[in-house]
Design a binder for this molecule. Structure first.
Ligand code: 5GP
Length: 117
């Protein structure tokens, strides 16, 4: 699969469409999901052409991977849900139902989350 530069998150990164920004640094952009399914529902995306976690874990430079992981933790603390708890989720590929083919992590929290497993 080839990265689609016209996917909606690529457009958000290029500021062609707006987002409700939560956090930004050299490695990531974090913004509220347009259709939140939990009290807090934020998306964290890397600033690079990565299709999914599979692609990211295989091809991203170490500095990007570290920057991304650090940023996810920082965003949760900035949103003040690190103490109460939160859930991370990433859909990867067809069987997961991944809709947007730019790697992203969903950050859910703000109230008690139903168990998934
Ligand atoms: P996926 O199924 O790919 O893991 O989830 C994609 C997520 O992106 C969905 O939760 C959907 O609501 C969100 N989304 C899709 N288009 C937009 C958009 O234009 N802006 C924002 N903020 N979120 C979007």
């Amino acid at each position: 699969m080839i990265y689609d530069y016209n996917n909606v998150f690529a457009k958000i990164l290029r500021e062609e469409i707006p987002c409700k920004k939560v956090y930004e640094d050299d490695f990531v952009l974090a913004f509220y999901d347009i259709k939140p399914t939990k009290l807090v529902h934020v998306l964290i995306i890397p600033k690079g052409a990565y299709i999914s976690f599979d692609d990211f874990s295989k091809t991203a430079p170490d500095t990007m991977i570290v920057g991304f992981i650090r940023a996810v933790g920082l965003v949760a603390r900035q949103l003040e849900i690190a103490e109460s708890g939160y859930r991370l989720l990433s859909n990867i590929g067809r069987d997961s139902g991944q809709e947007v083919t730019h790697f992203h992590v969903h950050l859910f929290g703000g109230n008690t989350l139903d168990r998934m497993v």
